[in-house]
Design a protein around this ligand. Structure first.
Ligand code: AMP
Length: 182
C-alpha cells in the first residue's frame, strides 16, 4: 500500500456499495475513481511509478476492469497490452487455466501468441481479494514463459490474504489502498 496523501485521495474516490452483488459482499466500486480525472491519473501514475523508465514489454489486464487500468498503464510504460479474458471470448488460439471461485470453477484464457518467452510483463487488475483470479492469471503468464515483474492493483483487501498467494509465486505485489474486511 502507498501510505500518503495519494492513497487518501484514492480512498476517497472509491465508492463502497454494501450487499452487492450479493448480501454480505462489500463492493469497492472504482468507476467513481475512473470518472475522477485527477484520481484516475494519480492511480495510474502511482501504479507504474516503480517501473517508470525501465523496460516492460507487455501489460496484461484481467477482464474487465483490469482492461481499463491496464490499457492506461501500458500507454504510460510504452508497453503492449495483453487481455486475459473469460473463456470463449478470444477469437484466435488460446491457452486456458481453471481457477476456483467462491462457488465452483471458472476458466480464463489468453491468446497463445500474445507473449514471447522472456517478455517482461506486469499484471494489472482493480482489486485483489482472495487472490484466486490473479494467481491463475500469473500462472498462465508464467506457463507462457513470461517474466512477471509485478502484479499491480489499486485496492487490496488484506484480510483475505491474496497478496501472499502471488508473492509465493515469486511475483512482487503493488497495491495503492487497503480496505479492512472483505
Ligand atoms: P479474488 O480472486 O478473490 O482476488 O477476486 C478478485 C476479482 O474479483 C477482481 O477482478 C475484482 O474486481 C473482483 N472483486 C472481488 N471482491 C471484490 C469487492 N469486494 N469489490 C469489488 N470487486 C471485487
Amino acid at each position: 500500500m502507498v501510505q500518503d496523501t495519494v492513497s487518501d485521495e484514492l480512498l476517497a474516490a472509491i465508492r463502497t456499495i454494501p450487499d452487492y452483488p450479493r448480501k454480505g459482499i462489500i463492493f469497492r466500486d472504482i468507476t467513481t475513481l475512473l470518472g475522477n480525472a485527477r484520481a484516475f491519473r494519480r492511480a495510474v501514475d502511482a501504479l507504474v511509478q516503480p517501473w517508470a523508465g525501465s523496460k516492460v514489454d507487455q501489460v496484461a489486464g484481467i477482464e474487465a476492469r483490469g482492461f481499463i487500468l491496464g490499457g492506461a498503464v501500458a500507454h504510460q510504460l510504452s508497453a503492449g497490452f495483453v487481455p486475459i479474458r473469460k473463456k470463449g471470448k478470444l477469437p484466435h488460439e488460446t491457452v486456458r487455466i481453471a481457477y476456483s471461485l467462491e462457488y465452483g470453477l471458472d476458466e480464463m484464457e489468453m491468446h497463445k501468441d500474445a507473449i514471447t518467452p522472456g517478455d517482461k510483463v506486469i499484471l494489472v487488475d482493480d482489486l485483489i481479494a482472495t487472490g484466486g483470479t490473479a494467481e491463475a492469471a500469473t500462472k498462465l503468464l508464467l506457463q507462457m514463459g513470461a517474466v512477471v515483474v509485478a502484479a499491480c492493483f489499486i485496492v487490496d483487501l488484506p484480510d483475505l490474504g491474496g497478496r501472499k498467494r502471488i508473492e509465493d509465486l515469486g511475483v512482487p505485489v503493488r497495491t495503492l489502498v487497503d480496505f479492512p474486511g472483505h
